[in-house]
Design a protein around this ligand. Structure first.
Ligand SMILES: [Fe+2]
Length: 183
């Protein structure tokens, strides 16, 4: 599967611009993580790009989020499929197993938190963010409460990446596509 094919699938199923940007942020971060691990950036990037592709179509049925996409699209490779199914393991009961599975599970929540952090900077820019600020906001449980901190912290146990490093990778990866993210 090529990035172009994945982009086409994403836009076929998702219409909300904010969600599409979230998927682009996840793609960028997954690419950064693949680079860190010396893994395949295309495969990891496509996993990030498509991880929420069925979000709108599974609305109201959280147990289908992560599974429905594969009823609609039959040509997505198995490793990407497993990672996407397992990133919502609380609802799908498909457990993450590989490093790529855990990468999308952990970074999904972090990208959302980073966007929320950017939005409270004076000029609403990713370039104004520092690691320390993000870590500080991470510890404020009431800030961007929708971002599941427990999943972010799992980067240490499941991926073997120190939290500060994990935040750095996500932030720098997202800064690389700040224009596309509008931040
Ligand atoms: Fe997501």
């Amino acid at each position: 599967m090529t990035r172009d094919q994945a982009w086409e699938i994403l836009n076929k199923h998702l219409k909300n611009d904010k969600l599409i940007k979230h998927c682009l942020a996840a793609e960028a971060t997954m690419r950064g993580l693949a680079r860190y691990f010396g893994e395949d950036q295309e495969v990891w990037g496509i996993t990030g790009l498509l991880h929420d592709a069925d979000y709108e179509k599974s609305k109201g049925h959280p147990e289908k989020h992560g599974l429905l996409l594969f009823e609609l699209e039959k040509d997505i490779p198995d490793d990407i499929k497993h990672a996407i199914q397992s990133h919502n393991y609380d609802d799908t009961n498909v457990m993450p197993e590989t490093k790529m599975d855990w990468a999308i599970t952990c970074c999904d929540q972090l990208t959302g938190l980073i966007v929320a952090c950017a939005l409270v900077t004076p000029n609403r820019k990713l370039s104004e963010l520092t690691n320390d600020f993000i870590i500080k906001k991470l510890k404020e449980v009431k800030f961007a409460a929708g971002a599941d901190r427990s999943k972010i912290y799992m980067c240490e146990e499941k991926l073997g990446i120190p939290l500060i490093e994990f935040v750095t990778i996500a932030l720098t990866s997202m800064q690389e596509i700040s224009d596309q993210l509008g931040l």
